[in-house]
Design a binder for this molecule. Structure first.
Ligand SMILES: NC(=O)c1ccc[n+]([C@@H]2O[C@H](COP(=O)([O-])OP(=O)(O)OC[C@H]3O[C@@H](n4cnc5c(N)ncnc54)[C@H](OP(=O)(O)O)[C@@H]3O)[C@@H](O)[C@H]2O)c1
Length: 262
């Protein structure tokens, strides 16, 4: 990556996104753009930025931008703002995501599916559409489009996911498909490494609510290891920093570097 790498991460005000933003902002070569859907809900991020800025003596280096998943006009406005300020994006990370609890297909409503498809599927699609021109302006040999997906959207792993999570899983499976198409359409042609990521089980608000919805106490014994958002961000950063188009483009990679089946 070049001396000045511009990285944009969505869903940056809490959970895994917040920890990713902090990690990248701690490294001098990165300019970090934090995509949040409601800037008034980014207090923790702003405080961290202010504090880090004081400690470095150079001021906060995180730029907040409003990005609502699936809103094409809003995403284009955000891209225009970033173009004015930085002229390019090197790494675009669609991390924002939502879940809706444990609902069997038989009782799931259209709204359950539609809401999650808008955030988890259209969110990354629209983000790519709005920022494609800025990724093309990157002078980095490897440009990256990363999507925080989930093993719940891995059709080939459903034997390991015996939970009623179809609206969430379907929305992530759909975005996985789109990632494969984007890798075909923009991997070799534009040098963009398109990669889906499985962060593992993480005790964010979303992860915590997931255990509650399944009738388990998130603070009690759980059937699998659960990472903190900070641990997860560290693992994911380790994975994505070494990503290349040839080696990883069009793949679904887990926090522990294993390849997840589609
Ligand atoms: N936690 C896990 O165990 C786990 C496992 C597999 C995959 N994931 C995936 O990891 C990603 C990050 O989730 P997390 O665990 O860090 O959850 P989280 O702490 O609940 O954070 C979710 C983030 O997504 C944002 N978001 C939700 N809906 C949005 C929308 N319509 N437009 C824009 N932003 C929106 C939230 O913003 P607001 O604060 O404004 O709501 C928040 O910043 C998600 O894609 C999730 O599906 C998580």
């Amino acid at each position: 990556m070049s001396q000045n790498t511009v990285i944009l991460i969505t869903g940056a005000n809490r959970g895994i996104g917040l920890e990713l933003v902090k990690l990248y902002a701690s490294e001098p070569q990165y300019t970090v753009i934090a995509g949040v859907r409601d800037v008034t809900k980014a207090r923790e991020l702003e405080e961290w930025n202010e504090q880090a800025g004081k400690e470095s003596g150079r001021g906060g280096k995180i730029h907040l931008v409003k990005i609502d998943a699936g809103d094409l006009e809003g995403n284009k406005k955000a891209a225009a703002e970033i173009e004015q300020l930085y002229g390019k994006v090197d790494v675009l990370w669609a991390n924002a995501g939502a879940a809706c609890g444990s609902i069997p297909v038989l009782s799931a409503t259209n709204a359950d599916y539609e809401n999650l498809f808008r955030t988890n599927t259209l969110g990354p699609i629209v983000l790519f559409q709005a920022f494609y021109a800025l990724l093309q302006k990157s002078d980095n040999p490897v440009k990256k489009f990363l999507i925080t997906s989930s093993i719940v959207g891995s059709t080939g792993s459903q034997h390991m996911v015996p939970f009623a999570l179809s609206p969430y899983g379907a929305s992530k499976a759909a975005v996985n498909h789109v990632a494969v198409k984007l890798a075909q359409e923009h991997g070799e042609k534009d040098g963009i490494a398109v990669v889906c990521l499985h962060p593992g089980s993480v005790m964010s608000d979303l992860g915590r609510q997931g255990w509650v919805d399944m009738g388990l106490d998130p603070d009690g014994p759980l059937p699998m290891p659960v990472a903190t958002p900070e641990e997860c961000a560290n693992s994911l950063k380790g994975v994505v920093d070494g990503v290349t188009v040839e080696k990883d483009g069009g793949k679904f990679i887990a926090y522990d570097r294993s390849v997840v089946p589609w």
